[in-house]
Design a binder for this molecule. Structure first.
Ligand SMILES: Cc1cc2nc3c(=O)[nH]c(=O)nc-3n(C[C@H](O)[C@H](O)[C@H](O)COP(=O)(O)O)c2cc1C
Length: 226
């Protein structure tokens, strides 16, 4: 698959087959992802790959805490919610996903069920928790580096027939993730990635999110001297 096709075809996958993912395949994918650039080649990332019973414990812990109304616990600073154009884009993709799933606007139960799937890591057979070394704080540049390596991972997974979704919801109860993934105190949890073989029957997997046209986000300077 050439690079352009890969980038154009890849989309987030939120419904998975239960089939396990071989450890060797995950090793290969991480090997490729590590080719990402990082600030001064610091390579601040760690990959905690979880499956089986420990991942089920995380799903249960996240679900219990979210249903009990526990406060969100994240280890990186995040804003409360999006506004303006960012909120519009967030709503647009949510509408696409709900339409694909046939979830009506007023169907509170199914909407709630959708949100809970995120806390269960979309029932994927594998979750990869991405962390970095706490001694790098304030770590905005390391966040950039983790974004780069994560995109590499997501693309490399796609070339092996594996789907992923980067899943902020999965680490919203970071103490649960930290305990069951055995993450040491000196690492900060950035995000997690749900991974597995896509379930072709799951209609949200077909959703292709839209991108803003270049004329709204790109400026060229010094090209046409007029
Ligand atoms: C940092 C980050 C966090 C995300 N968290 C979630 C999440 O919690 N739940 C979810 O369904 N998708 C999540 N996503 C996936 C985005 O919704 C998705 O990438 C975006 O809508 C574009 O769609 P695409 O990946 O199919 O191109 C996250 C993506 C990123 C980069």
């Amino acid at each position: 698959m050439d690079f352009e096709t890969l980038v154009r075809e890849r989309r987030s996958i939120r419904g998975y087959k239960p089939d396990p993912v071989p450890k060797e395949v995950i090793q290969e994918i991480i090997e490729i992802a590590k080719g990402a650039p990082s600030s001064m080649n610091t390579q601040p990332w760690f990959f905690h790959v979880i499956t089986g019973e420990p991942l089920d414990r995380i799903r249960r812990g996240n679900t219990e805490r979210m249903l009990a109304g526990a406060e969100v616990q994240r280890e990186i600073p995040v804003r409360g919610g999006y506004e303006g154009i960012h909120r519009q884009r967030q709503i647009e993709v949510a509408v696409q996903l709900f339409e694909a799933m046939g979830i009506a606007r007023d169907d509170k139960d199914r909407r709630q069920d959708w949100v809970m799937r995120g806390f269960r890591q979309f029932d994927a057979p594998v979750s990869i928790v991405m962390t970095y070394d706490k001694s790098l704080e304030p770590a905005t540049i390391s966040h950039f580096d983790l974004g780069a390596v994560t995109y590499g991972l997501v693309l490399a997974a796609w070339t092996r027939g594996l789907g992923t979704v980067i899943n902020g919801q999965g680490i919203m109860q970071s103490a649960v993730v930290r305990e069951h993934a055995k993450i040491p105190d000196w690492q900060v949890i950035m995000t997690c990635i749900a991974m597995g073989y896509p379930n072709d029957e799951f209609s949200a997997n077909e959703v292709k999110s839209r991108r803003t046209p270049n004329d709204e986000i790109v400026t060229f300077t010094g090209f046409d001297e007029d």
